[in-house]
Design a protein around this ligand. Structure first.
Ligand code: SF4
Length: 472
């Protein structure tokens, strides 16, 4: 079957990231549509023909997209959508329907537990692929191609004789290590893609593992099976990227790249031995790092580690079931900086138990630890998370809360002791505490003096930080 893969256009000219854990509007980065490239290579392996329109990446608007689609012949269209740009993304299905009978298949991780609402509100969406797209998409296309039924295909919801049928959840791909290298050749050029600055191009994101066994109450990835590519398979993909596209910068998109220390040791040692010469970034947890590992990561080209700290209050951390200690977080931040790496930390304001005292503890923590970069989010009760259940139980949200408003920038949920306005004010305090802090500026300028190649990225980040701090 001919399958058209679509990353929908930018939302009001602003780039959107549509990748499982990270389904957000993001004005500073344009990422390659990794999941669609992965689906493409899986479909090719089964003999299907694929084409890709990365409207977000290439900055193709809907009128131009419609012109392209109107002349195309395909048997199914697969596209991604996210909560914050739901109606916008659904225009992809509407436009496809105008020109083709092909079934429209949408993928979104965050709304996997609001399936009926999604299909009720998106009249042109035929099939919602909820989870485990690596396992489900190839099977789905095989069945559509053969005209087989969908009633026992786990991981999807679909329409049948006016009804919405929701099948059971899918199991992860049995052997993630066997997954073919994503079809990077479908990208017109790597020139479209960057994270924060074009300085590090050619750039891509890449998953070496997916899933997280932890149970943080606010996280849409909580309690998902961890599946990983072996070190050998990761290296095969890295070599492919280097040899064919001369990739210089990679952002490993894994929820926690360092879950398996041995695997990371093997990957980093091989990057060093083979002189792959890549700069890379990864996500980790404060309890999954140590000095030796960080040293090895640095030698292998790691430039920064991103970690979720969430709060400087042990009480809030405990209620969020984060299972780390505030002191461990402080140690980890210091350890990463001591290793000569940058450390980007994310914080969340408005989690259960938050009050002015805990906000002050977090602000103090930020001033004390001075991470190289900070992302300050507002607690958002995404459907399917424990936080969503708590918010409903406590009456902080109603069952009708609109998922379109869930974007971590605006509070849609109070806590027992803080109003939404107070939570947003706490976030502003955090911006000021870090981005207007003379010690933070001195530290980061010191880093750039030692690492002049970082000037472009650091200056862009600094300007963005000032903009945020003064805008609030
Ligand atoms: S550690 Fe917690 S926040 Fe991070 S991916 Fe796992 S469940 Fe989510």
């Amino acid at each position: 079957m001919k399958v058209l893969l679509v990353n929908p256009p930018r939302f009001k000219k602003v780039s959107v990231i549509r990748e499982d854990r990270c389904e957000i509007i993001e004005k500073n980065s344009v990422l390659p549509p990794y999941s669609l490239l992965q689906i493409a290579s899986l479909l090719r392996k089964r003999g299907h023909e694929v084409s890709l329109i990365d409207a977000n990446g290439e900055n193709i608007d809907y009128p131009a997209f419609e012109k392209m689609v109107s002349g195309m012949d395909y048997g199914a269209v697969i596209f991604r959508f996210i909560p914050a740009t739901f109606d916008w993304d659904m225009q992809t299905a509407t436009i496809s329907k105008k020109h083709s009978d092909a079934p429209t298949i949408g993928i979104c991780w965050t709304l996997g537990s609001s399936v009926k609402t999604v299909l009720n509100e998106a009249k042109d969406l035929d099939i919602y692929l909820m989870d485990e797209y690596e396992a489900v998409a190839p099977e789905l296309i095989d069945r559509l191609s053969a005209g087989d039924g969908l009633s026992d295909l786990a991981g999807i919801a679909y329409r049948h004789e006016g009804e919405i049928i929701v099948n059971k959840d899918a199991s992860p791909l049995k052997n993630y290590d066997d997954i073919p290298i994503p079809a990077y050749d479908l990208l017109k050029s790597f020139d479209f893609y960057y994270a924060d600055t074009k300085h590090g191009q050619p750039f891509t994101i890449m998953y070496t593992s997916k899933g997280c066994p932890n149970s943080c109450i606010y996280c849409t990835m909580a309690n998902t099976k961890w599946k990983a590519k072996s070190a050998e398979r990761v290296l095969e993909e890295l070599r492919h990227l280097k040899q064919n596209y001369d990739i210089k910068t990679i952002m490993f998109f894994d929820e926690a790249f360092t879950i398996n220390r041995k695997r990371v040791e093997k990957i980093t040692q091989a990057i060093i031995d083979e002189k792959l010469d890549i700069h890379w970034y990864c996500n980790s947890r404060v309890d999954l790092l140590d000095r030796d590992l960080l040293e090895k990561m640095k030698q292998a080209g790691c430039k920064a580690v991103c970690m979720g700290i969430e709060s400087g209050s042990q009480k809030v951390i405990a209620e969020a079931n984060k299972r780390i200690s505030v002191e461990k977080s402080a140690e980890a931040i210091k350890m990463v900086k001591d290793a000569g790496l940058k450390v980007y930390c994310s914080f969340i304001f408005g989690l259960p138990g938050e009050n002015q005292e805990t906000v002050n503890e977090t602000i103090e923590f930020i001033k004390r630890t001075l991470p190289t970069g900070g992302e300050f989010n507002i607690a958002t009760p995404y459907p399917g998370t424990r936080l969503h259940e708590i918010a409903l139980e406590k009456g902080w949200i109603t069952g009708q809360s609109d998922f379109r408003t869930m974007n971590q920038n605006k509070s849609i949920m109070r806590t027992e002791e803080l109003t939404s306005e107070e939570i947003e004010r706490a976030r502003r305090q955090a911006h000021h505490a870090l981005f207007l802090n003379p010690k933070w500026w001195a530290q980061n300028i010191g880093y750039v003096i030692k690492n002049p190649e970082d000037f472009s990225l650091a200056s862009k980040y600094a300007l963005g930080a000032l903009k945020i701090a003064f805008a609030h």
